[in-house]
Ligand binder design. Structure first.
Ligand code: COI
Length: 363
């Protein structure tokens, strides 16, 4: 049992039922927020203080707060899914709790105990239950736990005051075009992370460093950017906020190994498990961009896809480099990609048996 719970400390003005229904009809991704947010504060002197649910709203922060200057911050991404019987579940939350601890360690932030993390998510979703979209379709309540150094001061040191929040956002597909094959620009100029850096941590700086390359991708008509390793610019790392997978004609599924500079995706790990059980030979390995392009050209690689909590599993139809354009398969959504997607979402929405015990009931 958690020593820290998250009771509602004040009442909140709830969004009116008809306004909430209007939002839930077409929520987009990450643009609407619920009635409550969870909060707890840590100080170097006293450790974690009491948890609370407070009305969702702006934060009061010193302009000198360390996070605004030196980026000492970590976050997580997870989802609450409504099942057909009305119950609400989340997917492998202990994995997010542990990854947040690893990210926090790398960023010199305090580690939030796993049971406190789980309590914050559980109690927020219970209070915001009307915001969990209906079971039909593929919408969910996206959950964003995050933690940052709020202590005021411009010296470069780890903050002695740290705030933890969880906010929630009813969401549909991550990509504006829905689950359609992506066009992905391969950035040869910018990397998102370097050896010994923070690439494996879920911290804002990694995402900030992807933005210029994302703008360059957009200027070439691409939806996403693929990063290569910073040292040799030859090995595939990941996309701006998703891991990447390839499927071969002879039934192998390949993904870049955890080199220390890519995110240890919960979806990535789940896909490897599902793929192995489907009889695909799964391999975490160095993927050289030149080999991948050659194998796309020869037809050896038949499918490519992006994977993450927000993106779920999204086909990639084309890679664009300074050398030209590479269409994967027929440029459409690959069969094996869609089958994996169907199976993963089937488990998440309770349409398929949870044979790995991945789901945890919240409401
Ligand atoms: C997630 O998939 O949950 C992330 O945090 C990635 C971000 C691109 C939305």
């Amino acid at each position: 049992m958690s020593v820290l719970t998250f009771p509602a400390t004040t009442t909140t003005r709830r969004v009116a039922d008809d306004e909430r229904a209007r939002i839930l009809a077409d929520p987009g991704f990450g643009t609407h927020f619920t009635d409550f947010m969870a909060h707890a504060r840590w100080t170097a002197e006293d450790g974690w203080g009491p948890g609370e649910l407070i009305p969702y709203g702006p934060l009061q922060l010193s302009p000198a707060a360390a996070v605004l200057h030196y980026g000492q911050e970590v976050f997580e991404g997870m989802k609450a899914f409504r099942h057909a019987d009305g119950s609400v579940w989340t997917f492998r939350p202990e994995q997010n709790a542990r990854r947040m601890q690893r990210s926090a360690h790398r960023m010199a932030l305090p580690e939030l105990p796993e049971d406190v993390f789980l309590a914050s998510v559980q109690e927020l979703v219970a209070a915001d239950e009307p915001w969990v979209p209906a079971a039909d379709g593929e919408q969910s309540l996206y959950l964003r736990p995050f933690m940052f150094a709020s202590e005021a001061g411009l010296g470069v040191r780890s903050g002695a005051v740290v705030d933890y929040y969880v906010i929630a956002s009813p969401s549909g597909a991550y990509f504006p075009r829905g689950v359609q094959p992506l066009v992905v620009w391969v950035s040869e100029e910018h990397s998102r992370a370097g050896a010994g850096g923070t690439g494996a941590a879920k911290t804002g700086g990694n995402y900030a460093s992807s933005l210029l390359a994302k703008q360059e991708a957009a200027a070439r008509g691409a939806d996403e950017v693929m990063f290569l390793d910073s040292q040799t610019r030859s090995r595939i790392d990941e996309l701006s906020g998703m891991n990447v997978f390839a499927i071969t004609r002879d039934g192998r599924i390949l993904t870049p190994e955890l080199s220390g500079s890519i995110l240890e995706g919960v979806t990535r790990d789940s896909i490897l498990q599902l793929a192995r059980d489907r009889g695909l030979e799964a391999s975490e390995q160095i993927l050289l961009i030149d080999d991948v392009l050659e194998q796309i050209r020869s037809g050896e690689i038949t499918e490519l896809f992006a994977a993450g909590t927000a993106a779920v599993i999204n086909p990639i139809g084309e890679l664009v480099t300074t050398q030209g354009r590479w269409t994967i398969g027929d440029g459409g959504s690959g069969e094996a990609t869609l089958a994996l997607r169907e199976e993963l979402t089937g488990i998440q929405y309770g349409r398929l048996e949870d044979r790995y015990g991945w789901m945890q009931r919240l409401v």
